[in-house]
Design a protein around this ligand. Structure first.
Ligand code: ADP
Length: 628
């Protein structure tokens, strides 16, 4: 029989396993038991989705068999099993299992620590064994196959005999050394301890044949040895336990096993709710979005259980879209077990639970914002976009749930602020909540209008995501303060006299301004003088509902190119020498004025983060005047 080679990725991981430090090695048992539990789940789901599997739920079990003479530990399950091909693909390579992605992402970090915390599946068995034999028979098939490997140099698959479906994994433990005693994994108490520590919540019994000393009946003082099955785990699902009895390690291990994430969750929400509908829930805020999170392939939802028995793997109705990143489960004895999916959608109890869940998540996030700012910001960096879409979605239906969860970077310290923090520190005379949009915080910070507003001592929110301004438009106001784009013409910074003065100036210069507008063409809605800019000679503002940022976003949507048009206004700083220059050119050299108008408009667009429509023409003009 020809030995087959592991894929290179698997080899690397094998090396890592073999060389990991000793204290992490014990997690191999958790990994193999979790795989067994998954395999039983898969078969069990088939039976609840209507197939006659011929097995009662109570018949599923993991059997552990230590054999001290042979130095082997066997982990057997009666789950779905594997075909010959599955043995090859599942155990011959880990390239496509989550383990490898994690390995690649963490190459630079402390490998061994991650093994200890999260484990890496089947391959972890090579931490304690130098030879592994897997015998498996798939459910519904009659052929069984044996996969065996003694580590890095490959594996062999042959056919074998196996009476029932399921998988049996035999580990040939490594020889003991001075400081690494692998034989302890054959010790009954060590095994019991490991199952309790890592796998107590597994919902199928984990059994081991043990010897007990029983007093002999009617013979005082005499004992006999009785061999009997013992179940090592309590099987109480983690979410049904009392939160005070669950350790962080248990939560993290459970989260990892259930959701195949390699990072510990940012926060755990574990609650028991009594009321019209009573339910237990265990939810997790992941640290990172799943790789497909912002695609349409992503399916949100919580697992739904009735009295510890799963009814549905992902119940989308339990989670609003804006909290779609939350993972976890809900268990309610009040739900009927044989409820169908269609009925579930209209189930009144389910709606009550969903509302309570939304509230719970919201409260938890608010608590986090108040008491664990750093973690909250980490959450917001990962999922804030989702929250902002949530404000905008469904015509703002959820804005009240979400408005206090939003963060924006502001001009004050270039750090995240909430809307409450912003409005709480607004000065009396500030009428609006100011914001500005752009590609990056640094670019926004340099906008002429932003500079002017900051000079007045006002704080400005810096919006860098496409959805931001749309979300603020839907919100309209916060704490009765309306949002105002600093580039909006409604924005007034000066005193009443200032405004009267600039209005008079603009009226007196009407001809000049019209001439400039005509030179620029359709691109611009108007040209005006302003006395609100600090250092900058020109800037762009808008009139009407649409900002230039919104124009950009709307036009980037498929099929919409060029349809949205913001009404842009070229503003010229009346106190800048360029103002006197254009006034002089108006009568002296109208052709040159036209060139100046085009260049000034192009500059205003560039500063505003917009592209110039006629770059070649503008470049030629600038060079001509530089050469003068
Ligand atoms: P992961 O569990 O992260 O996918 P593993 O390396 O632990 O990675 O396992 C790889 C695959 O092998 C599993 O996804 C599963 O399809 C299969 N497998 C492992 N153990 C069993 C088992 N006891 N019964 C059936 N299939 C199994």
């Amino acid at each position: 029989m020809k030995k087959k080679q592991f894929k290179t990725e698997s080899k690397k991981l094998l090396d890592m396993m073999v060389n990991s430090i000793y204290t992490h090695k014990e997690i191999f048992l958790r990994e193999l038991i979790s795989n067994a539990s998954d395999a039983m789940d898969k078969l069990y789901y088939r039976s609840i989705s209507g197939e006659n599997v011929g097995m009662d739920r109570s018949e599923y079990a993991v059997i552990l068999t230590p054999n001290k003479d042979a130095r082997t530990l066997t982990i057997a399950d009666n789950g779905i099993g594997m075909t010959e091909e599955e043995l090859e693909t599942n155990l011959g390579t880990i390239a496509k299992s989550g383990s490898f992605d994690f390995k690649r992402d963490n190459e630079a970090k402390e490998n061994v620590d991650i093994i200890g915390q999260f484990g890496v599946g089947f391959y972890s068995a090579f931490m304690v064994a130098d030879r592994i034999v897997v015998e498996s028979r798939p459910y519904g098939g009659d052929a069984a196959f044996r996969w065996e490997s003694d580590g890095a140099d490959g594996y062999v698959v042959t056919s074998c005999e196996k009476a029932t479906h399921g998988t049996e994994i035999t580990l040939y433990l490594k020889a003991d050394t001075e400081d690494e005693k692998y034989s302890e994994f054959l010790d009954e108490y060590r095994i019991r301890h490991l199952v309790k520590k890592y796998s107590d919540y597994i919902r199928y019994p984990i059994k081991m044949m043990v010897e007990h000393q029983h007093p002999v009946k009617d013979k005082e003082g005499e004992y006999e040895t009785v061999r009997e099955w013992d179940t090592l785990n309590s099987m109480v699902p983690l979410w049904r336990k009392n939160p005070s009895e669950v350790t962080e390690e248990e939560y993290n291990g459970f989260y990892r096993d259930t959701f195949y994430d390699f990072e510990a969750p940012l926060r755990v929400i574990h609650a028991k709710t009594e009321g019209t509908v009573s339910f237990d829930t265990l939810m997790f805020l992941p640290k990172n979005p799943p790789y497909d999170y912002y695609t349409k392939n992503f399916e949100k939802g919580l697992a739904l259980y009735s009295g510890g028995v799963m009814i549905m793997e992902k119940c989308a109705d339990l989670l609003p879209d804006h909290f779609g990143f939350v993972r976890g489960m809900v268990d309610s004895a009040d739900l009927s077990l044989n409820i169908s999916r269609e009925l579930l959608q209209h189930d009144r109890q389910l709606k009550v639970i969903a509302r309570a869940i939304e509230k719970k998540i919201k409260n938890e996030l608010e608590k986090m914002l108040a008491s664990d700012r750093e973690k909250y910001e980490e959450m917001f960096r990962a999922f804030g976009l989702q929250l902002k879409y949530g404000v905008y979605a469904d015509y703002g239906m959820h804005k009240d749930v979400l408005k206090d969860l939003l963060l924006f970077v502001s001009s004050a310290e270039k750090k995240y602020v909430s809307l409450k923090e912003y409005t709480d520190r607004m000065s009396e005379e500030q009428k609006n909540i100011y914001y500005a949009c752009g590609e990056t915080v640094d670019k926004i910070d340099m906008l002429p209008r932003v500079e002017a507003v900051k000079a007045k001592g006002y704080e400005v929110l810096y919006l860098t995501d496409d959805v931001d301004e749309f979300a603020l438009k839907v919100l309209g106001a916060y704490a009765e303060k309306e949002f105002l784009n600093v580039c909006d013409n409604k924005m007034e910074l000066g005193t009443e006299e200032d405004r009267a003065a600039i209005q008079a100036e603009n009226e007196a210069s009407a001809d000049l301004l019209t001439a400039m507008k005509e030179a620029i063409g359709d691109g611009v809605h108007a040209v005006r003088f302003t006395n609100e800019l600090k250092n900058h000679p020109v800037c762009l503002s808008t009139e009407g509902e649409l900002s230039t940022e919104m124009e950009k976003v709307l036009n980037s949507m498929p099929g919409a190119a060029g349809q949205a048009k913001a009404q842009t206004v070229l503003e010229i700083n009346v106190n800048d020498p360029i103002a006197a220059k254009v006034k002089a050119l108006h009568s002296a050299d109208p052709a040159k004025l036209a060139d100046y108008a085009k260049v000034l408009y192009a500059q205003a667009r560039l500063i505003g983060g917009l592209s110039v429509e006629n770059p070649a023409e503008i470049s030629a003009l600038i060079c001509r005047y530089l050469a003068e």
